[in-house]
Design a protein around this ligand. Structure first.
Ligand SMILES: NC(=O)C1=CN([C@@H]2O[C@H](COP(=O)(O)OP(=O)(O)OC[C@H]3O[C@@H](n4cnc5c(N)ncnc54)[C@H](O)[C@@H]3O)[C@@H](O)[C@H]2O)C=CC1
Ligand SMILES: O=C([O-])CC(=O)C(=O)O
Length: 347
């Protein structure tokens, strides 16, 4: 079970694997010490994410922080016989301890959607939560990589950047909006439609993380499927864009994606850890500071390395349908980014 989860995590990243680590002389026990904190660790995403991070042999210390409930989650997860030492931290007075010495901070803190809501409807509550957590990150672990999961990602990432700029700690190479779930969904839906084994599928997803700002590039999907019509591609694109809403509606008021998000968050954090450890060719899609379009933040393929972002990769050749999608998403993405920036500078 453990081995199959771990190998699924490794498969989540096409280019990198523990084989690289072993070739470089690391076994799981001798991989560098790495501290990871999960903020919002007692929540729907936080708990399964804590479990998956506890299974990751690249983590040596796992700090689980929430405003309530973390002692129980930490006690539970800590009994698993894997490498990392686990500690739970509860309440703002323990946040500093949770963050001190962190290499990576993963943030799934905040409220989730209910049916009928957009991700932007979460802004009023989550913007303040993200702002205060990032203020603490700037103080206690200013050099950590930040993986932002809290929605609306299109605004919470710019909020984090502004908080770090004000604190004088901003490093654009270390701030990531986690859009891996869009890639996970695009791969699953494409494999199902094209009738190819999902394990070998890759699909870049660019833009942002809300509705039409999520732009899967099925023209670049591998393996190439010749059995998909234009209508199939339109349907696949729409299903990927509405994947979050599909789960919100199925959960009927009990929240949004948690298990698939925990998986996606664990895949992305694992890729960041591999990059930090010097594994070559670690590439994932993420919403980062970018100059590949006129927008200041944009999701695209990113090469990860010892300092976080090593290189923001370009979009590659787009189909006419994707070119249209790209132009249509820009106004919404631009205004979500500006809303985040304004929030920090006005409050
Ligand atoms: N980026 C993505 O692809 C996805 C993002 N999300 C987002 O992730 C967030 C969390 O979702 P769930 O785990 O389902 O929600 P949840 O309500 O189950 O858990 C959120 C946790 O955050 C905690 N929290 C609230 N304020 C906090 C603070 N100031 N400091 C630390 N912890 C705090 C709560 O106590 C709770 O345990 C939501 O904003 C949701 O929209 C969800 C799915 C996918
Ligand atoms: O849809 C939501 O609210 C949660 C989310 O971001 C996703 O599942 O992609």
């Amino acid at each position: 079970m453990l081995r199959s989860i771990q190998s699924a995590l490794r498969r989540g990243n096409s280019a990198s694997s523990s084989a690289h680590l072993l070739r470089r002389g690391f076994s799981s026990e001798s991989a560098p010490e790495r501290k990871v904190a999960v903020l919002g660790a007692a929540g729907g995403i936080g708990q399964p994410l804590a479990l998956l991070m506890k299974l990751n042999p690249l983590v040596s210390k796992l700090a689980l922080y929430d405003i309530a409930g973390t002692p129980g989650v930490a006690a539970d997860v800590s009994h698993i016989n894997t490498r990392s030492e686990v500690a739970g931290y509860m309440g703002e007075e323990q946040l500093g301890q949770a963050l001190e010495g962190c290499d990576i901070v993963v943030i799934p803190a905040g409220v989730p959607r209910k049916p009928g809501m957009t991700r932007d409807d979460l802004f009023n509550i989550n913007a303040g939560i993200v702002k205060s957590l990032c203020t603490a990150i700037a103080k206690y672990c200013p050099h950590a990589i930040v993986n932002m999961i809290s929605n609306p990602v299109n605004s919470t990432v710019p909020i984090a950047a502004e908080v770090f700029k004000k604190a004088g700690t901003y490093d654009e190479k270390k701030l990531f909006g986690v859009t891996t779930l869009d890639v996970v969904r695009a791969k699953t839906f494409y494999a199902g439609k094209a009738k190819v084994p999902v394990g070998g599928v890759d699909v870049p997803v660019v833009g942002g993380h809300a509705g039409i700002t999520i732009l899967p590039l099925f023209s670049q999907a591998t393996p190439k499927a010749n059995n998909l019509s234009d209508e199939d591609i339109t349907a696949l694109t729409k299903r990927t864009q509405d994947g979050g809403t599909e789960v919100v509606e199925a959960k009927a008021g009990k929240g949004s994606a948690t298990l698939s998000m925990a998986y996606a968050g664990a895949v992305f954090a694992d890729a960041c850890l591999k990059g930090l450890n010097g594994v070559q060719d670690v590439v994932e899609c993420s919403f980062v500071q970018s100059s590949i379009t006129e927008l200041p933040f944009f999701a695209s393929k990113v090469r990860l390395g010892k300092n976080g972002v090593e290189e923001v990769l370009g979009l590659g050749p787009l189909s006419d349908y994707e070119k249209q999608g790209l132009e249509s998403l820009k106004p919404e993405l631009k205004s979500s980014i500006e809303k985040g920036i304004k929030f920090v500078n006005q409050s």
